[in-house]
Every structure is written in C-alpha cells, then in structure tokens.
Design a protein around this ligand. Structure first.
Ligand SMILES: Cc1cc2nc3c(=O)[nH]c(=O)nc-3n(C[C@H](O)[C@H](O)[C@H](O)COP(=O)(O)OP(=O)(O)OC[C@H]3O[C@@H](n4cnc5c(N)ncnc54)[C@H](O)[C@@H]3O)c2cc1C
Length: 295
C-alpha cells in the first residue's frame, strides 16, 4: 500500500541535516498528511524519507528574547489553536488553522508541513503572510531567516536548499502588537474542504480608533502561491475608518491578485469573492480593534 524504500528517523535538527546529506534523494516527513497521501497515490513510489516527527524541540509556541512569537515547525494545528499565546496575541491564526481538514488532520498536520508544501490553498500560509511572519531554516551552512513571502518561489516550490529543514515560524512583536485580524476561508463545504479562496486581513487603528494606521491583506488561491495585495494596503494606510475606505481597499485588491480558472471556481468568480472577502475581513478586523464603521 505504501511503497517506501527507507525511513530514517532523525533525533535532532543536526541529525536530520546529516541524514538529508547522506541520503540526498530523501524527503522530509513530519505529520505525513501530505506525504503519505502522495505515496499511496503512487506519486512518490519508492520514496526515501527522513522523519523529523520525534524532534520535540521543534514543537510548541513560545516567546523569544525579543517577544516575537516562535512557533516550532512541528507544532500541530490543534496545538496552535489551543496555545494561550496564540489566543491572546494572534487569535486569527488559531481560527485559520481550526479550518484545516477535520480533527484528525489538525492533530497530525503541522504548520511546517503546511508551509513547506508550497501550496497556495494552505490555510496557515496566507494568515502567516498577513502577520509578516519570518521562516527559520537550518541546514549545513547554518541558520537562515527569511520573510515568508520570499520563501514561496512558485506553485509547490519553496526556498529550501539541499539538506535544509524549516525549524520555526516567527512573528515579530512589531508585526502583531496592536493588530487585530480576520481570516475568511471560502470553500464549497464548511469542513474537510480546501479553500476556493482564503483572505486574511490584519488592521491597526490609531489611538482614537478613527484612522487605519496600517492594514495587511493576504490571499490563498489568488495566484500560484499565497500573496499579499500591496495596492489595497497602500490605499487603506492613513485613511479614515469608514465604509468608503473599506470599499476602496477591497476594490484595489484586483490590482494585485491573479486567480485562475479551475474546476473548483472560475477566475471571475474568484475575483468577485476576493473583493467581498476583503471587505468583510477588513470590516471585522476594524471592529475587533474597537473601531466603528458608519454607513
Ligand atoms: C483529508 C485531508 C484534508 C486536508 N485539509 C486541508 C485544509 O483544509 N487546509 C489545508 O491547508 N491543508 C489541508 N490538508 C493538507 C495537510 O494536512 C497540510 O498541508 C499539513 O499541514 C501538512 O503537514 P504535515 O506535517 O502532515 O506535512 P507532511 O505531509 O509531513 O509534509 C508536507 C511537505 O512539507 C515538507 N516538510 C514538512 N515539514 C517540513 C520541515 N519542517 N522542513 C522542511 N520540509 C518539511 C515535506 O517534505 C512535504 O513536502 C488536508 C490533508 C488531508 C489528507
């Protein structure tokens, strides 16, 4: 049923790097909810795997010395959703990962796997982009940290060098402090379905709640990889909290996104949904931040 040539179990990050160097054709397996499905379908027949599942140091949510939120790459979606740090500081990430698959998938699937698979519909990816997340990688040359936007190269391909693994996702304090967000997944069904479109917004208001100091918006399935919509962000920044601003912000996302036709949804439909979701997600972000939109 599972055509696997060899399975090597890493005991530490350094051990994983060594195993990946010794077996250059081997693929990392974390929770296996993508990898095992692909092997069973015959797409990776005869695979060599390096399992990182036992590296407990890669699990958990904590603050680092700069009060950035550090999410170990092996942390499951269930763990993230239940984390007091996530609930207090970036609840929208917990809400987003609670929309992944069903309970079994959320118990086994990891945030590292969800971002390293390079898939545009990954529910954590657009949300992490809207948090200006940083990806931490360990490899033979040492540690690299890069903005999650730069991690995505093209559909299904991320910036992982030979024998490198992702060890954490970091959300800097400046990226979350004072921001309130909302992720909306548009799918055909409410559970066990991948997104036709996902939209994640974070907004920060001025002290009197009358002005949008900053807004970030990111999409899944609006292009080959998860993406931000900088034109919309520029329109909202510094503008009054009002319906007109929200509408102008939502219309501007069309300048940045480029969804395609697929059997799941037509391009024109996805564009329509993208505008509508941007409107709703910014409205709810503003409300969560204590702002009031008239009209
Ligand atoms: C029934 C079902 C429903 C699903 N529903 C959803 C859904 O609604 N939304 C959604 O976003 N996803 C969904 N998924 C996809 C899947 O659960 C996620 O992508 C999951 O997060 C993958 O994590 P994993 O640990 O299982 O990854 P794995 O399958 O172990 O690995 C996935 C990929 O990432 C690589 N990888 C994993 N960890 C690392 C690391 N630390 N460093 C480098 N490379 C790494 C692997 O080599 C592989 O290429 C679903 C899957 C199934 C089977």
């Amino acid at each position: 049923m599972y055509d696997i040539k060899a399975l090597y179990e890493a005991e530490s990050v350094q051990d994983a790097i060594r195993l990946l160097q010794e077996h250059p054709k081997a693929q990392i397996i974390a929770g296996g909810s993508d990898v095992l499905v692909q092997i069973r379908e015959g797409r990776r027949a005869g695979a060599e795997l390096v399992s990182i599942f036992s590296i407990d140091a890669l699990r958990g949510v904590s603050y680092d010395e700069n009060e950035a939120i550090r999410i170990g790459s092996l942390t499951s979606f269930s763990h993230i959703a239940a984390s007091p740090i996530i609930r207090e500081k970036i609840p929208v990430l917990g809400e987003a990962v609670s929309l992944v698959g069903g309970p079994q998938i959320r118990n086994i699937g990891t945030i590292g796997g969800n971002t390293c698979n390079g898939v545009t519909s990954a529910d954590s990816a657009s949300t992490l982009m809207a948090w200006d997340a940083v990806v931490e990688l360990h490899g033979p040359e040492g540690v690299r940290r890069l903005p999650i936007q730069d991690f995505y190269i093209k559909a299904g391909v991320v910036d992982l060098r030979p024998a490198e693994l992702q060890t954490a996702i970091i959300i800097p304090k400046a990226a979350y402090e004072g921001y309130f967000g909302r992720y909306i997944k548009y799918a055909m069904r409410e559970a066990m379905d991948i997104a036709n479109l996902g939209c994640s917004v974070n907004a920060k208001l001025s002290g009197d709640k009358k002005t949008i100091e900053d807004a970030r918006v990111a999409y899944g399935v609006a292009g080959p990889v998860p993406m931000r919509a900088p034109s919309a962000e520029a329109i909202a920044r510094g503008r009054a909290v009002c319906r007109e601003t929200v509408d102008a912000f939502a219309r501007a996302v069309l300048d940045d996104i480029h969804p395609r036709d697929s059997w799941r949804a037509a391009k024109a439909f996805r564009e329509h949904i993208a505008v509508e979701l941007a409107k709703r997600a910014l409205t709810e972000s503003i409300e969560r931040a204590g702002g009031v939109i008239d009209g």
